[in-house]
Design a protein around this ligand. Structure first.
Ligand code: FBP
Length: 551
């Protein structure tokens, strides 16, 4: 990193804000504990699988006296997709550990969990961290999606911990990576390996949240980047008045990103997958709903508009959800045979011969490219890779078909010319906004304090996020508390439950109240780029959905 931009140079001097308990006491805090906890569901199965880490109490930090702690070696990994602020989590861990004891050492394992399995790491010293403070990306130690799964991999990780003399490991990741962190914590306790495991909630998708974890980091920055781009496109649409823009937004299964961006930009249509599932809409009904907005705007002389589509939409359309479930089980059970089929035609034939009647019909109704996209490899955690399914193109084609029918029937006479976009990677490595820079640094500091308190099997938790950082509180939430059983790779497995958009919650209610006005008019909002310097109301604001959720 020889040359840096002016923004990076100035931004390096930003001092992230910490919750008062740390701002006033440094990492010398006392862990106050509450009652034993239960998993969000499937308590019997989860408690059996996690006999040592199940039922731990929630931890809240309170001020304590300064004391000397023994020197520790701590490892850290970044796991899964990039999210703005990861480097600040590492900086927070480093500064927390340094303050506790200058002899503490932090090791960064390279390329995610595989770095841990293969024992590849670097020392993260203050001069290295200085190059990455307040920057986006995960390039300091990179990331990866390998899952620690087999007995051999668990033993390899244990061996790495021994080789490096680790006392603790921090896993910075999403729901699947933190599930893995919990499995590691349990495995270490079962095998008398004295290594604590702490998780940190990362993902732009915003789906790693619950009653205790208010937000995952990265969501605030990524949605600001997408909202800037959407606002720019809205202004272009309103200037040229000739295109409908169909914009697919990253976010995996949940529609949190789409909902947040809709609240920030007021598009004409925003599809929320969770609502599609709740109403049991078919793809055809969904297309008809969008086409109706196109038709009504055309009747008012507006042959243009903006539609937001969540990346994971297709998984929520009931007939496609059943199909995806069947496909995933089929592909898991016949992986070798499927791979040996040399042409895509043979693969499609094989799949069609194995699917049940309804799924086979749903599969046949899809265009060829979408069929192939649904057959692509699942990620190491068994998820369909929805970022590779071009739902925005599918919807444009379906809306076109509906409008063609309506034109034939004499109920539509407008023009429909569509542009498609996919925003995802554009936002994942943006320099963190103040909210993420502060939140991430606080999470890292909290992880260091949890390690000093001797905790394992916990996720670092910083709360009160809708208020100013000085009023935030810090502590830890047992990872088992967030778990339930889900079907993955054809088997029931313990996983941290993903948070979907709550259709009874305030953010969705706000959107539902306003959407017909946005559909009919041009109520576009242009949020512009993230501001790193200037008025607090511009720079420090948390996401709108978080403000609405936390009052
Ligand atoms: P995680 O934070 O859950 O790892 O995923 C973030 C994400 O950006 C998703 O929104 C998206 O579907 C996926 O990663 C894309 O994966 P990849 O980086 O492998 O293309």
């Amino acid at each position: 990193m020889s040359e840096v931009s002016i923004l990076e140079k100035l931004r390096a001097g930003y001092h992230p804000k910490l919750p008062a308990v740390f701002a006033e006491n440094g990492p010398w805090v006392r862990a106050a504990t509450g009652e034993p906890t239960r998993s969000v569901a499937d308590a019997a199965a989860i408690s059996k699988l996690f006999p040592n880490t199940y039922g731990l109490p929630v931890v809240t930090f309170e001020p304590d006296v300064k004391r000397t702690t023994t020197a520790l070696t701590v490892g850290v990994i970044l796991s899964g997709g990039q999210a703005p602020g990861g480097h600040n989590v590492i900086a927070g861990i480093l500064d927390g550990l340094e303050a506790l004891n200058p002899d503490n050492r932090l090791l960064g394992f390279l390329g995610g969990p595989s770095g841990l399995i293969e024992d590849r790491c670097i020392r993260i010293a203050p001069d290295l961290a200085a190059l990455y403070r307040n920057t986006g990306g995960f390039d300091m130690i990179r990331s990866g999606r390998t899952k620690v799964e087999t007995e051999e991999q668990f033993r390899a990780v244990a061996q790495t911990c021994r080789n490096r003399g680790l006392n603790a490991l921090v896993v910075i990741g999403g729901d699947d990576s933190n599930t893995n962190a919990c499995l590691l914590a349990e495995d270490f306790l079962q095998n008398n390996i004295d290594v604590q495991v702490i998780g940190c909630p990362k993902t732009i998708d915003g789906d790693l949240k619950n009653a205790q974890i208010e937000a995952s980091f990265g969501f605030a920055t990524a949605t600001r980047v997408y909202s800037e781009l959407i606002g720019n496109i809205e202004r272009d649409a309103n200037s040229a008045q000739k295109y409908w823009h169909f914009i697919r937004l990253m976010g995996r299964s949940a529609s949190h990103i789409t909902l947040e961006c809709a609240l920030q930009t007021h598009p004409n249509v925003a599809v929320i997958s969770e609502e599609v599932a709740a109403e049991g809409l078919t793809l055809r009904e969904l297309a008809e709903g969008i086409a109706a907005v196109v038709r009504d705007r055309a009747a008012a002389g507006m042959n243009f508009g903006v539609v937001l589509i969540p990346e994971g939409l297709i998984e929520f359309v009931p007939e496609i959800k059943t199909l995806i479930g069947e496909l995933s089980d089929l592909l898991a059970a016949n992986a070798g045979l499927f791979k040996s089929l040399s042409s895509t035609d043979e693969q499609l034939q094989f799949i069609n011969s194995k699917l049940g009647r309804e799924s086979s019909q749903a599969f046949s109704s899809l265009p060829h490219n979408i069929q192939l996209q649904l057959l692509m490899d699942r990620d190491p955690h068994g998820n369909v890779q929805v970022s590779r399914i071009e739902t925005e193109k599918l919807l444009v084609d379906m809306v076109k078909a509906v409008l063609r029918e309506w034109r034939g029937a004499g109920t539509y006479s407008g023009k429909f010319s569509a542009q498609t976009h996919f925003f995802g990677y554009e936002g994942r490595c943006a320099p963190p906004c103040n909210f993420d820079a502060d939140y991430c640094y606080s999470l890292g500091y909290t992880a260091a304090a949890l390690i000093a308190a001797g905790k394992t099997g916990y996720m670092a938790a910083v709360r009160g996020l809708a208020g100013p950082a000085a009023q935030w509180t810090a502590g830890g939430v047992p990872l088992t508390m967030m778990m339930n059983m889900e079907r993955r790779h054809g088997e029931d497995r313990p996983v941290i439950r993903k948070a979907l958009v709550d259709l009874g919650g305030k953010p969705f209610a706000e959107f539902a109240n306003r959407r017909s006005e946005w559909a009919a008019g041009n109520c576009y909002l242009y949020p512009g780029p993230i501001q790193y310097f200037g008025a607090s109301e511009l720079c420090d604001r948390p996401p709108l959905t978080l403000e609405l959720e936390c009052g």
